[in-house]
Ligand binder design. Structure first.
Ligand code: BGC
Length: 744
C-alpha cells in the first residue's frame, strides 16, 4: 500500500514529465541559469515562474539591481536581523534552531523569495576562517542536530532552504580555486554528516555547491560529490544550485548533478549553462537529456514550494518584521551568550547598587548587521550593547561611554566585498564586454589580498598613535565607577566572506587596554562580541568574561538581561577556544590559508578531537559555558538493546539558588578500537531547565550509527563490537559521569 505522500510524489512526477514534454530547449536552458543576479529564468507561456533567491543566514538581504551589485535603495527591504549561526549553535537548543528557521522562512516568503541561501553548515576547521561566524560548529553532530530543525522551520513557509556550501568550504583565501586534498574517511565522518542529515532528515529542498575544489574537482562540477554521494548514496532529489560563479566549465557542469548556475556576472546569456551549453547540444557534444535532468529537479522543487500545481493557492504568504519574530530572536540571543568565566560570582551585577556605570570599547556601540559579505543585511534595527544597558538601567543611572581604542574607518562592506570586487573589471564597460579570465581573476584577488595585508600593517602605527589618548581616558574613567564593563572583540572587518583572519589576536591593541584596565579594576567585566575565537592572554587575571557571537537585532537587550541576571546564561561553546593559534591543528600543519592547494593532513583531528589527542589544553574547551547556578550529575545507567542501541540515563540537579538551564553532553570513547579513532566524540546532548533544588532524570538513546566509523575499504560505516566508554559531562573536559557500554 502506498502512503499519501508516495501517491502525491508519483502524481508530481507525472506532472513534471508533462511539463517537461512541452518545454523547448531554449525554455529549459533559461530555467537552469541566472537571468538576474538572484533570479533564474521562467517560462511564462506555461506558467512556470523563475526562482527568486536571496541571502542569507542572518536575515533576508536587501534588494539589489537585477544586473549590478548595487543596492536598489528601497525603503521596504529592512528586515529582522537574526542571530548568526554561530550564536544559534551556542544555544545547543534544536528548538531555538527550529524557531529561527521559521522566522527566516517567514521573512523570506514575506519578501517574495522562493529560495533562501541558508543555513551555512560548514564544519569550522580553523579559527581564522573569515566565514566562521556564518557556520555552526566544529562538530558534525552538533551541526546536524541544529541544521535539521532549522531547515524544517524555513521550509514550513513554502520557501526552500539552500544548505551551503557543499562541501568542506574551509577557507576564504583563494576560495574560488583552492584544491583541498581530503581523504574519504574525513569527508564522511567530519565534513559530510551535517549535509547528509540536512537532506535526509531535514528534507532540504536545495543544496549549494561550494566554490572550492575537493581532490582536484570543483565542487559544482564534481561527479563524485554530487552524483555519487549526494544523489546516489543519500538519495537527494531536490535542486543543486551553484555558488555564485562556482561553475567553470560547460560540459563538466552539464554532465554532473548541478541544476542551476548562478553567478556574479551580468552577462547572463554567456553563463556556462546558457548559450555555451545550447551550442554544445546543437553540435551534439552534450545530450539534451543532461538539461532535462536539471529541469526535473528544479520543477520538483517548485512543486514542493507550491509554485506550481494544484496547491498553488495554498502557498504561504509569509511576513517580515513581525513583532513575534523579534521576541523569538531575543530569546535565542539570550540563550546564545556564553559565560566563559565568573570568579567570585562577579556576575550578575545588581542594578540597585549601580549609580554610575562605565562602559568601554567600540563593540559597545557598534552595529554589525550591515557587514560580513553576503550575510550582510539591512536590519530594521539593531540594539547595540550600550543601548541595551541604557534601556535596561533607565535615566537615573549615569552611564558613561568611552571608545577605549581606535578602529580605522573602512569603506562600507558593499564597496569592497568579493561580489562587488569581482566586477571591478566591468566598472567602465557595458554589459557584454567582460573580462572573465580565471587566471586574471585569481591574480586580481591575490593582489587585493596583498593590498589588504599591507593596509593592515600600515594601520597598526596609526592605531598605536591614536590609542594613547583613548587608553588614558578610559583607564582614568574606569577608576571611578560602581562597575566597569569592557565590550570589545571583533567586527566584520575581519569576520567576513572573502577573507581569512591573519591571526587569532584581538585587533586594535585591545589586549593591552584590557591589561591596563585590569590594573585599576580587578572587577572589570570583559565582554567580547565576535564571530570566531580570539586569544585572551589576560584571561587568568580577568574575573568575569562573557562571550557573544553576532546575536541579532536584540543583542543589546539580551546582553543587559544576562549581565544583570534577568536571564541566567546557558550558552555553551560550539567550538574550541584555543589558548593560542599555534595550538590549532591547521597551524601545526601549516595548511591553512594557502593559495592553490591545501592538504587536510590532520584528517579527523581538528577542533576538540585535535586538542584531546595532543593533550593540549585550550583556553576554553568545546561545550564549555557557565551558569549563575550549579548543576550536579548522578546515577548513570547504560542499557544496551538488542538492536545495538544504548539507552543512557542520568539525573541532573540544580544545586544552586537560581533557575537555570544545563546542556548535558554525551561523548563516546572507544576503549580498544580496531582502527585509529578520536579519543572521544560528541554523540548526543540535551538541555534541561531546572528550578533551584529540582532535578530531572533524562534518557538519551545512542544509535548503532553513533558508534560507527567510516571504513574506507568497505566504503561504509561500521560499528565494531567491543567496549565503549560513555562520558557524560558539562563540557568536553568537564566529564561528570562515566560508564562502559558493550556493543555485541
Ligand atoms: C557566497 C554565497 C552566497 C552567494 C550569493 C557567494 O559569494 O559564497 O554564500 O549565497 O554569494 O550572494
Amino acid at each position: 500500500m502506498r502512503t499519501e505522500a508516495e501517491r502525491t510524489a508519483k502524481k508530481t512526477e507525472k506532472e513534471i514529465e508533462k511539463l517537461l514534454g512541452k518545454l523547448t530547449l531554449d525554455e529549459k536552458i533559461a530555467m537552469i541559469h541566472g537571468v538576474g543576479l538572484f533570479r533564474s529564468g521562467g517560462v511564462e507561456r506555461l506558467g512556470i515562474p523563475g526562482l527568486v533567491t536571496s541571502d542569507g543566514p542572518m536575515g533576508v538581504r536587501a534588494e539589489f539591481l537585477n544586473d549590478r551589485w548595487i543596492p536598489a535603495g528601497n525603503n521596504d527591504d529592512s528586515v529582522s536581523y537574526l542571530p548568526s549561526n554561530s550564536a544559534l549553535a551556542s544555544t545547543w537548543n534544536p528548538y531555538r534552531a527550529y524557531e529561527m528557521g521559521k522566522v527566516l522562512g517567514a521573512e523570506a516568503r514575506g519578501r517574495g523569495k522562493d529560495v533562501i541561501l541558508a543555513p551555512g553548515i560548514n564544519i569550522k576547521r580553523s579559527p581564522l576562517c573569515g566565514r566562521n561566524f556564518e557556520y555552526m560548529s566544529e562538530d558534525p553532530k552538533l551541526t546536524a542536530t541544529l541544521a535539521v530543525p532549522f531547515i524544517k522551520g524555513v521550509q514550513q513557509n513554502d520557501v526552500a532552504a539552500c544548505v551551503k556550501h557543499f562541501a568542506a568550504n574551509v577557507q576564504e583565501t583563494d576560495r574560488l580555486m583552492v584544491d583541498e586534498e581530503i581523504d574519504d574517511r574525513t569527508l564522511y565522518e567530519l565534513y559530510f554528516p551535517a549535509f547528509k542529515a540536512a537532506v535526509q532528515e531535514g528534507n532540504a529542498y536545495s543544496v549549494m555547491g561550494a566554490y572550492n575544489k575537493i581532490n582536484g574537482y570543483h565542487c559544482c562540477e564534481n561527479k563524485n560529490l554530487l552524483d555519487l554521494v549526494l544523489r546516489g548514496e543519500w538519495g537527494f532529489d531536490g535542486a543543486v544550485i551553484s555558488d555564485w560563479g562556482g561553475i567553470h566549465r560547460t560540459k563538466e557542469a552539464a554532465e554532473c548533478s548541478i541544476d542551476l548556475e548562478m553567478s556574479v556576472f551580468p552577462d547572463f546569456d554567456e553563463y556556462k549553462l546558457a548559450n555555451p551549453l545550447k551550442e554544445a547540444i546543437r553540435k551534439g557534444e552534450i545530450s539534451e537529456e543532461t538539461v532535462d535532468r536539471k529541469v526535473r529537479n528544479l520543477l520538483r522543487m517548485m512543486f514542493r514550494l507550491k509554485m506550481l500545481g494544484r496547491h498553488k493557492e495554498e502557498r504561504k504568504a509569509g511576513a517580515y518584521n513581525a513583532p513575534s519574530h523579534r521576541e523569538m530572536i531575543l530569546k535565542t540571543a539570550e540563550e546564545s551568550m556564553i559565560l566563559l568565566k565568573n570568579e567570585g560570582h562577579l556576575l550578575p551585577l545588581g542594578a540597585a547598587k549601580i549609580k554610575k556605570l562605565v562602559v568601554i570599547g567600540q563593540n559597545a556601540a557598534k552595529i554589525h548587521s550591515d557587514g560580513g559579505g553576503s550575510a550582510e543585511i539591512k536590519a530594521l534595527y539593531e540594539i547595540c550593547p550600550l543601548m541595551g544597558l541604557k534601556r535596561y538601567l533607565g535615566g537615573n543611572v549615569q552611564v558613561e561611554y568611552y571608545k577605549g581604542y581606535y578602529v580605522p574607518e573602512k569603506p562600507k562592506m558593499f564597496d569592497h566585498n568579493w561580489q562587488a570586487d569581482s566586477l571591478d573589471d566591468l566598472k567602465d564597460t557595458t554589459i557584454g564586454q567582460l573580462i572573465r579570465d580565471e587566471a586574471h581573476m585569481q591574480e586580481m584577488h591575490r593582489r587585493q589580498e596583498e593590498e589588504r595585508l599591507a593596509q593592515l600593517e600600515k594601520e597598526k602605527a596609526e592605531i598605536h598613535e591614536k590609542n594613547k589618548a583613548l587608553f588614558a581616558q578610559a583607564v582614568e574613567a574606569a577608576k571611578d565607577a560602581d562597575a566597569v564593563i569592557f565590550v570589545g572583540g571583533l567586527n566584520h572587518d575581519s569576520d567576513s566572506e572573502g577573507i581569512d583572519r591573519v591571526d587569532m589576536k584581538l585587533p586594535y591593541e585591545q589586549d593591552a587596554l584590557i591589561e591596563e584596565l585590569l590594573k585599576v579594576r580587578k572587577d572589570l567585566i570583559v565582554a567580547l562580541v565576535g564571530g570566531s575565537p580570539v586569544e585572551m592572554p589576560w584571561r587568568d587575571r580577568a574575573q568575569a568574561i562573557l562571550w557573544s557571537y553576532y546575536a541579532g537585532m536584540e543583542t543589546g537587550t539580551a546582553f543587559a538581561r544576562v549581565l544583570f541576571g534577568d536571564v541566567n546564561p546557558s550558552g555553551k561553546l560550539a567550538e574550541t577556544f584555543p589558548g593560542r593559534y599555534e595550538d590549532c591543528a591547521d597551524a601545526k600543519n601549516g595548511q591553512f590559508g594557502l593559495w592553490g592547494s591545501i592538504k587536510l593532513e590532520e584528517g579527523l583531528y581538528c577542533g576538540y578531537r585535535h586538542f584531546d589527542r595532543n593533550r593540549i589544553k585550550p583556553a576554553f574547551c568545546f561545550g564549555h559555558g557557565l551558569s549563575y547556578t550549579e548543576f550536579a550529575y548522578s546515577g548513570l545507567t547504560l542499557k544496551t538493546e538488542k538492536n545495538r542501541e544504548v539507552k543512557v540515563s542520568f539525573t541532573v540537579k540544580n544545586t544552586g539558588k537560581r533557575i537555570g538551564a544545563e546542556t548535558a553532553q554525551i561523548y563516546i570513547a572507544p576503549i580498544a578500537p580496531k582502527v585509529d579513532r578520536p579519543d572521544k566524540e560528541l554523540k548526543a546532548y540535551t538541555k534541561v531547565e531546572l528550578a533551584p533544588g529540582k532535578s530531572r532524570k533524562v534518557t538519551l538513546t545512542l544509535k548503532q550509527q553513533d558508534f560507527a566509523y567510516f571504513d574506507e575499504a568497505l566504503h561504509d560505516f561500521t560499528a565494531d563490537a567491543g567496549d565503549y566508554e560513555i562520558l557524560v559531562g558539562a563540557s568536553c573536559e568537564d566529564i561528570r559521569l562515566k560508564g562502559i557500554a558493550a556493543l555485541a
